[in-house]
Design a protein around this ligand. Structure first.
Ligand code: ZN
Length: 683
């Protein structure tokens, strides 16, 4: 499972990237340009890999081999996402690199945007909505342009002429009724026949379901993930699986992945990690799903390696029946600084519990903090590239999760890149009240935002206790909003505590103001950009933020602790008294903990319905209009850093260099050239 911005509920964190994040550009990273380019509904960013240089040579070598293994799988995903994707990509790349005519014409520009979208989505369907792209250029134009391209550069089948290629591919490209959706979930349709993804060929949904139902034993306590690594086809009237393995379907790509995994195995950090890689290789070689489960168990137990990776058929969102997994890879290493931060917080968990403003009877006598694992991504590939998750929780097999646990991580440098890229996108300048607030946010915003998340995750949810006999579900539908409010308030109360300065987690006694300001601006105003006109606040995290912000706003109104001011017809949040604001957060924390500890449903309902749900339509319309003018792209993705192995005369690796200067099209064309592992004309 992965958590992305649109549904970052599973990760249960403060959503920093609702398009409304505000953050700083710290000096060491100031020169780094996080923004690459923007087109269609997409923004392309780049991310840094801090800490890579300080890895040992062996670790760098391991990362290098694993990144090569990651990139070799790119074509698999293109083919999984639609049977014509690789040929269409190849054809358009030939035009993009070979066309000698007017490259400034509207038609060529439209073709360029289309190709960039194909690269982004690993195919001709929107990566999020799954609908087929509508080209902004005409079939006549493409036909004419293709006639001037060297046929050797085109994905022609044996004996095929360019004209025949057009006949074959143009309906797929231009006819909106041909294979219109990658994954169709419409109830009542034959989901297999009406989905364009390339997981089934010539079989109906009923045939596919019957095939797998016959294989499954409902009494098997350790079932394999049926259908995970194959295409289901009908040949000569027989339904059968074509397995993705070395020597099978996608064999060309998988042998290259195996080649690099074998190199990785030779420099593994520990015997546990070596066993993980060995088992994965054996899975790719045999296609045996029992071997895959054995691999997953070894992987989940390997907790001591600094370097870690995902490489394989992992998530099944792209299959309408939810069985077949798209290929993806992520190579990463543990972020020691961030992990140190969460360890320090956890080590002081009892102090925080003892000093909270909550009534003593609702406190835990003995509290244990949680250490959140933060990782640094070194490469994103397959279904995690260019659009990526920010949190990952694997493996997906239910019985393995119950029997052996799972690994849950957040990707720190990706979150950081989203934050940094948001700096200067005009959002803060539009919504933040003035230069002093902007200065606080620029200087401390990232730091205190991360700290608030850590406090929420490591301490907030684990703090407090229910009185004896109180049903944990007593708050019913209001339970999750109240629970998130409790964790957020615990974090808000303590992010301003001198204890954090003492622990070295914040630099001084003004840093917390950045978090207080952005929290209130978001809760009172800017999170409304994610709500359609006329709707109320529904999602638990959003309700929690509005609850807290509106409650402190109203309870401090008599003394103008927080104000909404109007300037030139625009609304702004102003915090007049940060110290009083902290006291209000403490009061609300005490009340919310009382509600939780005693199971006071009436009070929970009253709080949520009064403060968390309703939207002021006038303010909402204003915020939406101001946001629209900023022209921010709703979807984001990344180019990868580039790794180069430095070798001595004997070919032995002596160092691995990382660089960040590659452009988007440049990277995509390089990947197509160097990692084009699959034939363009499949059977
Ligand atoms: Zn939470």
């Amino acid at each position: 499972m992965k958590s992305v911005f649109a549904s970052w509920i599973a990760a249960c964190s403060l959503c920093v990237a609702c398009g409304g994040s505000v953050s700083n550009a710290s000096s060491e990273a100031e020169k780094f340009d996080y923004n690459v380019e923007q087109f269609a509904d997409l923004q392309i960013l780049r991310y840094r890999v801090p800490g890579f240089e300080s890895l040992s040579l062996q670790q760098k070598e391991l990362v290098y081999y694993l990144t090569e293994a990651a990139l070799q799988g790119r074509d698999i995903l293109f083919d999984q996402n639609g049977k014509y994707n690789l040929r269409i990509r190849k054809m358009l790349e030939a035009v993009y690199t070979g066309y000698q005519g007017d490259r400034a014409s509207a038609q060529f520009k439209a073709l360029e945007v289309y190709l960039k979208r194909v690269w982004f989505s690993n195919g001709i369907y929107h990566h999020y909505g799954c609908e087929k792209f509508v080209p902004g250029f005409t079939p006549e134009y493409l036909r004419e342009v293709l006639s001037g391209i060297d046929p050797a550069a085109l994905p022609l089948a044996a004996g095929q002429q360019v004209e025949q290629l057009c006949e074959e591919l143009f309906p797929v490209l231009f006819d909106p009724t041909v294979m219109p959706k990658r994954v169709n979930q419409a109830d009542g349709d034959d989901l297999v026949l009406t989905s364009a993804c390339n997981y089934y060929e010539g079989v109906t949904q009923a045939e596919a379901e019957a095939y797998y139902n016959a294989l499954k034993d409902p009494n098997d306590p350790t079932p394999i993930s049926y259908g995970l690594n194959s295409r289901l086809v009908k040949e000569n009237g027989q339904v059968k699986e074509k397995v993705w393995k070395v020597g099978g379907l996608y064999g060309e790509a998988l042998s290259k992945i195996v080649f690099w995994l074998q190199k990785a195995e030779s420099v593994a950090e520990t015997s546990e990690q070596k066993a993980v890689i060995e088992k994965l290789i054996s899975f790719y070689q045999t296609g045996d799903l029992k071997a895959f489960d054995e691999y997953a168990i070894l992987w989940v137990k390997d907790l001591n390696s600094r370097i870690d990776f995902v490489n394989g058929f992992t998530e099944s969102y792209g299959d309408p029946l939810g069985m077949k997994a798209s290929w993806e890879s992520l190579v990463n290493f543990k972020d020691l600084d961030a992990t140190h931060r969460t360890e320090l917080i956890s080590a002081n968990a009892q102090w925080f519990e003892d000093h909270s403003p909550v009534d003593k009877q609702f406190k835990k006598a003995e509290v244990k903090g949680v250490t959140a694992k933060v990782i640094t991504a070194a490469i994103l590939a397959g279904d995690l590239y260019p659009a990526t998750a920010i949190g990952i929780n694997l493996p997906n097999s239910n019985w393995i999760r119950s029997a052996h646990g799972s690994k849950s991580v957040t990707i720190g440098n990706i979150t950081d890149a989203y934050n940094k890229a948001a700096h200067g996108n005009g959002f803060s300048e539009e919504f933040v009240a003035g230069p002093e607030e902007l200065r606080l946010i620029d200087t401390y915003g990232d730091l205190t935002g991360n700290l608030h998340t850590d406090l929420h995750e490591c301490l907030g949810h684990g703090s407090g206790q229910l009185l004896p006999g109180v049903d944990p579900d007593a708050l019913k539908a209001y339970g999750s909003t109240i629970e998130e409010a409790r964790a957020d308030l615990f974090g808000l109360y303590y992010v301003a505590d001198p204890k954090l300065v003492e622990l070295g987690l914040t630099p001084n006694d003004e840093a917390y103001k950045a978090e207080y300001y952005t929290y209130l601006m978001n809760g009172l105003m800017t999170q409304l950009v994610r709500i359609e006109p006329g709707n109320q606040v529904e999602e638990a995290h959003m309700r929690n933020r509005q609850l807290i912000a509106r409650w402190v706003y109203e309870h401090g109104a008599a003394d103008k602790v927080v104000e909404m001011v109007q300037r030139d017809g625009k609304s702004y949040v102003v915090v007049n008294d940060y110290a009083r604001l902290r006291t209000l957060f403490g009061q609300l924390l005490a009340e919310v903990q009382r509600i939780k500890s005693t199971g006071d449903l009436a009070a929970a309902r009253d709080l949520v319905e009064t403060y968390a749900v309703k939207v002021d339509p006038t303010l909402h319309a204003e915020v939406l209009a101001r946001y629209k003018k900023l022209n921010l792209a709703p979807y984001k993705g990344f180019v990868n850093p580039r790794y180069e192995a430095v070798t001595d005369a004997q070919g032995k690796i002596t160092d691995v260099k990382v660089s960040y200067d590659e452009g988007y099209a440049e990277q995509m064309l390089r990947y197509s050239r160097d990692y084009g592992t699959l034939p363009y004309v499949n059977e």
